[in-house]
Ligand binder design. Structure first.
Ligand SMILES: Cc1ncc(COP(=O)(O)O)c(C=O)c1O
Ligand SMILES: [Zn+2]
Length: 400
């Protein structure tokens, strides 16, 4: 593994040492990115070296923090060719430990927290990040203090309790949970591992970008659809593409990055539609896709910049569309997706219908979690089972 050369502020470009635990840029609150000496790494870290590596995200160790990994086997999830759309692929993050892609970020963040000698970690969570933090803290022998909205899916609550985390259920949204962590962390001696308030969750999530490239034979797709709350995976994948280009593993080509949010909480879509560089707080956020109920993303300025730089787009999915897509994937693909993941199919359908993507474009749809974490949510939306439309016409998978 390589040592981190420095942490770099994404706002002012300041270089900050990674020798001690860091949070955000002290002068402007900018998100810090870990930087490595990629020019030197390029001489000996090549794609062929990966062939014999374990099938976890730590196969990319040289571009991850230099510390003994706290690992539960996260990453290197399948990239499944869609059975419905010839050039669509589903990156199934539901197979990660704790059933979501949040495992990647927490594996990296807890690895570094342990290496720094931190003992108590705290985070607000829309659900799955809390489960992942609880699991990795348990594996590392650290304490986890987790604040979640009271109405998170049942699995998230049961997981946190089972892993032995200190769980506080809050009558409010993730933004209220974040405020509680911020108010108490100093007095309680907690290190805050909130989304993008420390530099390493994004390092874990960036491995999704490395994997998409590796699994597609080092040719990036034309599009990537990502269900966006705080946007860490989107930022991470974009960072991975830049790193891979510096390493000489890919060229200058980039996928169009697509943000999908729930119609009941779509601050990034609104800002994108209005051409704004940052997003406003979304009032009265409500959606069954708990992970998308993030009224204000700390990394909004980076998400919106990536949409611009990649010629991407931001789209909404209603809860009804999400549930329809959930059933469709289950019945046509055999994939039991998280509602957030099913939103990717809603976005893909819309972007095929309006010509943003053609049938020839390779597009990766992220299923960010397993539907098994949402049984109570799914049960509450149950409809009488009916075959999907394409099966009703004699099994011909038609265009829509
Ligand atoms: C299943 C799932 N998908 C997507 C998201 C949104 O992730 P991010 O905050 O990285 O945008 C979450 C966040 O909790 C989630 O749990
Ligand atoms: Zn700064």
């Amino acid at each position: 593994m390589s040592a981190i050369a420095y942490l770099e502020c994404t706002k002012c470009g300041a270089h900050i040492s990674a020798d001690q635990p860091q949070t955000i840029c002290p002068s402007d609150g900018g998100i810090l990115y870990a930087r490595y000496d990629l020019k030197t790494l390029k001489r000996y870290f090549n794609r062929a070296a990966l062939a014999t590596r374990p099938a976890t995200m730590w196969r990319y160790a040289e571009v991850l923090p230099d510390a003994p990994p706290v690992s539960l086997g996260e990453g290197f999830t399948p990239l499944l060719p869609s059975r419905e759309f010839p050039n669509a692929f589903i990156k199934d993050e539901g197979l990660n430990p704790t059933g979501s892609f949040k495992a990647r970020g927490m594996s990296a963040a807890v690895t570094m927290a342990k290496a720094y000698g931190l003992k108590k970690l705290a985070a607000p969570s829309a659900g799955n990040a809390g489960s992942a933090l609880a699991a990795y803290a348990a594996a590392a022998g650290l304490e986890a203090y987790i604040f979640m909205p009271r109405d998170v899916p049942l699995a998230n609550r049961v997981e946190c309790e089972s892993y032995g985390a200190h769980l506080t259920l809050v009558d409010g949204l993730i933004s209220d949970c974040a405020r509680m962590v911020a108010e108490r962390k100093e007095k309680e001696g907690w290190f805050d591992v909130s989304t993008l308030k420390e530099p390493f969750r994004v390092e874990g999530k960036k491995t999704m970008g490395y994997e998409v490239a590796e699994q597609l034979g080092w040719k990036l797709p034309q599009g990537i659809i990502y269900p966006t709350g705080g946007g860490v995976g989107l930022l991470g994948m974009w960072k991975a593409f830049e790193e891979m280009e510096t390493l000489g593993w890919i060229g200058a080509e980039r996928p169009k990055m697509v943000v999908v949010q729930s119609a009941g909480c779509a601050p990034i879509v609104k800002a994108w539609d209005e051409g704004k560089p940052t997003a406003e707080f979304w009032p009265d956020a409500a959606t069954l896709a708990a992970g998308l109920r993030v009224p204000k993303a700390y990394g909004d300025y980076l998400i919106l910049q990536i949409l611009k730089d990649s010629a991407g787009i931001a789209v909404v999915a209603t809860d009804a569309e999400i549930m329809d897509a959930f059933r469709h994937w289950a019945q046509l693909e055999g994939i039991f997706a998280a509602p957030e993941g099913a939103a990717s199919l809603v976005a893909y359908r819309k972007l095929r219908a309006n010509g943003f993507f053609s049938a020839e474009d390779k597009v990766v749809l992220f299923n960010t979690g397993s539907g098994l974490k949402y049984l109570d949510v799914i049960e509450s939306r149950k409809q009488s089972p009916k075959p999907p439309a394409s099966r009703q016409i004699g099994g011909i998978i038609g265009p829509y």
